[in-house]
Ligand binder design. Structure first.
Ligand code: GLV
Ligand code: GLV
Length: 329
């Protein structure tokens, strides 16, 4: 019972059970603000803090923190200053792999949903405006034969590629972050000869659907800004299941309003849970509340991995999925 875990927001089972089998668990009654979390991490009472994406773990917090590690309940870790954690000898763990397919499903859903105007169409039915089959009613776009451009070619992008190929899309990708070294033919694996690698500029210009699969960092913040939108096809659709700040959301609202691009399917926003003014009023968007990984089995897997990461760190081992493994070297 030596270990003590601080859980900023209750996670699903088996996460809490695993943690309480391994030590003492403190679950905060409500998501902590920055000052509260910072003070709790500095008490020296906790071995590991189990965090959510909205918990900001930055340099000043880490400098005062007396914890061995931070276990993030997410694959992305842009809420944590990992370099600062490394400097302070604090391990960071994340939950990759288990949410790849669920997130790719949401990207595919947004591709299909924007192409076929699912939100508008649903509203028509509910508002009693479906007056019978008509030859030119609610016409959308074809997905089959359309060009899908993937920004990034990591796990989630590959899972989207697999789905899109099944829908008869032509799949292009550009390595992440744009400007990274090219992916070799060997690394293409099952996709060799089935997807084409192109420079970022060509990806932007030739995609009917441009889907973002890059981590958020200083190279990718506002990767898709007004100038990129102006290079996209006028009917192109932007899909974002990665991180909101990869897109300049205010510029996106303007581009959608002015017909610079055709539509957007978004599961993430620049300043969650706020939306850029005007975004919610645009009909050519499908907007989801960051649900990429939101299935019952996936959240249970994420809970399991984040608990196992926390326990490993508390016991002086590397987490199963270390973000900064060199801390121990
Ligand atoms: C969710 O956005 C995650 O990074 O797991
Ligand atoms: C995230 O898990 C990715 O590699 O795309």
């Amino acid at each position: 019972m030596g270990h003590h875990f601080l859980v900023t927001t209750a996670i699903p089972e088996p996460g809490l059970q695993l943690l309480s089998d391994a030590g003492q668990v403190t679950i905060l009654p409500e998501p902590p603000d920055y000052a509260t979390l910072s003070a709790l991490c500095a008490t020296g009472d906790y071995d590991v803090v189990l965090t959510q994406l909205r918990d900001v773990i930055d340099e000043p917090l880490l400098a005062k923190a007396r914890v061995k590690g931070v276990s993030n309940f997410a694959v992305g870790y842009n809420n944590i200053d990992v370099d600062a954690a490394s400097r302070h000898g604090i391990l960071v763990g994340n939950t990759p792999g288990v949410l790849t397919d669920a997130t790719a499903d949401i990207a595919m859903l947004l591709i299909l949903g924007t192409a076929r105007r699912v939100v508008e169409a649903d509203r028509v039915v509910r508002e009693g405006k479906f007056l019978g089959w008509e030859p030119e009613f609610m016409l959308g776009r074809d997905v089959s034969g359309a060009v899908l451009g993937l920004a990034g070619f990591g796990r989630i992008a590959r899972a989207v590629a697999r789905r899109a190929l099944g829908f008869g899309m032509e799949v292009l990708f550009s390595p992440r972050p744009p400007g990274d070294r090219p992916v070799s033919d060997d690394e293409l694996g099952e996709f060799a000869g089935r997807v084409r690698q192109v420079p970022w500029g060509s990806l932007v210009e030739s995609s009917d659907f441009l889907s973002l699969h890059v981590p958020l960092n200083e190279q990718t913040r506002h990767l898709v800004d007004a100038s990129v939108m102006h290079r996209m096809k006028p009917d192109a659709i932007l899909i974002n299941t990665a991180r909101g700040p990869v897109v300049d959301e205010a510029a996106l609202v303007e581009a959608l309003r002015d017909g610079v691009i055709g539509g957007a399917g978004l599961d993430v926003f620049e300043d969650e849970p706020q939306l850029a003014p005007g975004l919610a009023e645009l009909p050519n968007t499908v907007l989801l509340p960051h649900v990429g990984s939101a299935t019952v089995p996936v959240r249970a897997q994420m809970a399991r991995l984040s608990a196992l990461n926390a326990i490993a760190i508390a016991e002086g081992r590397l987490p199963l999925h270390p973000v900064n493994p060199l801390v121990r070297a």
